[in-house]
Design a protein around this ligand. Structure first.
Ligand code: TYM
Length: 344
């Protein structure tokens, strides 16, 4: 433990890429849990635009999505004066620490990352070095702020384990520099599945009818859920292995209505898949409605959102600088003495 964690509230860190519209998978697996932890923790939530460029992005779209994601954070109930919502590229310390941690991470570790393997398979024409070292930048994000807890969906668990290994490795060499973080993975909906291929994760980079965006309007939500793949035995039962489509719909309903899965199943006793789909669609619509109206209001006042990002970037940069200073000294960098014009 570092002195920071004993003096302050424990720290939460998480990030989301502004690389596409957010899906209800992002919301259920991550964003929804951010709010729940606001009271007991000091919370850092970043828009990880540096991670986003590991896949080719259109510059104007990336800029627009960055503001939209900030607005979605706020619309989901995170007050930017209580939560340090900020943009990763505004704080150069992330890139600086990532470089240092690159030198403490093995090729073999990165080669084992399933997300790298999946993304490389999908983007054969652009398997760039950034895609490969993506998890190290993520470790830098987390370790810069001495984070204790990292709320994420279960697809990020492997990256969290690597982050812990890097932190422990560094601490073993240089003493207690980094807090070793824990993952916080929700019990229901930590892996929301595709509506069309319930064996794979719901993802914003897949075709439109496979996911529900947080900004989808009611008719689209109803249409997509109506077409969701189920099975032919017509029994509403939670059984992810044998009934992945139905189980996915039940998880979505439970997570968004704060019920247990049993509660949802019981409320649908004697009913068919048509009723299940209608129930799920209405739950999703009601959960997204207040977020969407707040989002629309914020997007009409982008200056407010931009000002919050700038303010928070300054606060966060100050915090990042403390860890980075310590790390630089430990690895043996000289630090410039600006007043004297010499190095120490
Ligand atoms: P990203 O943008 O891909 O995903 C953001 C968050 O959404 C979760 N998630 C899901 N949860 C449940 N079901 C799904 N279908 C689903 N799809 C996505 C992800 O697990 C994630 O929590 N590498 C991170 C971004 C990141 C980060 C960090 C996270 C960069 N630095 C530091 C935590 C801490 C990512 O995958 O983002």
């Amino acid at each position: 433990m570092t002195d920071q964690t004993t003096e302050r509230k424990p720290i939460i860190y998480s990030g989301i890429q502004p690389s596409g519209v957010l899906t209800i998978g992002n919301y259920i697996g991550a964003l929804k849990n951010f709010k729940l932890l606001e009271k007991e923790y000091e919370c850092f939530y970043s828009i990880v635009d540096m991670h986003a460029i590991t896949l080719r992005q259109n510059a104007a779209e990336l800029r627009r999505r960055t503001i939209e994601l900030a607005a979605l954070y706020i619309a989901s109930g995170l007050d930017p004066d209580k939560n340090l919502i900020y943009c990763q590229s505004h704080v150069p310390a992330h890139a600086e620490l990532a470089w240092i941690l690159d030198c403490f991470t093995y090729m073999g570790e990165l080669q084992r990352m399933t997300q790298f393997k999946e993304k490389a398979a999908k983007n054969e024409a652009n398997i760039n070095a950034g895609l490969f070292t993506y998890p190290v930048l993520m470790a830098a994000d987390i370790l810069l702020y001495q984070s204790n807890l990292v709320p994420v969906g279960s697809d990020q668990q492997q990256h969290l384990e690597l982050t812990r290994d890097i932190a422990i490795r560094f601490n073993n060499i240089y003493g207690d520099v980094f807090t070793v973080p824990e993952a916080h993975i929700g019990k229901i909906g930590s892996r929301v599945m595709s509506l069309q291929e319930p064996a794979s994760k719901m993802s914003k980079s897949d075709p439109e009818d496979t996911y529900i965006s947080m900004l989808d309007r009611p008719d689209d939500i109803r249409r997509k859920i109506k077409r969701a793949v189920t099975d032919s035995d017509a029994e509403i039962r939670f059984d992810p292995e044998n009934k992945p489509g139905v189980s996915n719909l039940l998880s979505i309903a439970a997570a968004l209505s704060d019920q247990s899965i049993d509660g949802v199943v019981n409320s649908l006793q004697g009913k068919g898949y048509g009723d299940l789909k209608q129930t799920v669609a209405e739950i999703v619509i009601e959960a997204m409605r207040p977020i969407q109206s707040e989002f629309d209001r914020l997007m009409a006042d982008k200056a407010y959102v931009q000002a919050a990002l700038s303010r928070n970037a300054e606060t966060v940069a100050g915090r990042a600088a403390k860890t980075l200073y310590k790390v630089k000294k430990k690895v043996g960098y000289t630090l410039p003495d600006r007043k004297q014009g010499r190095v120490q």
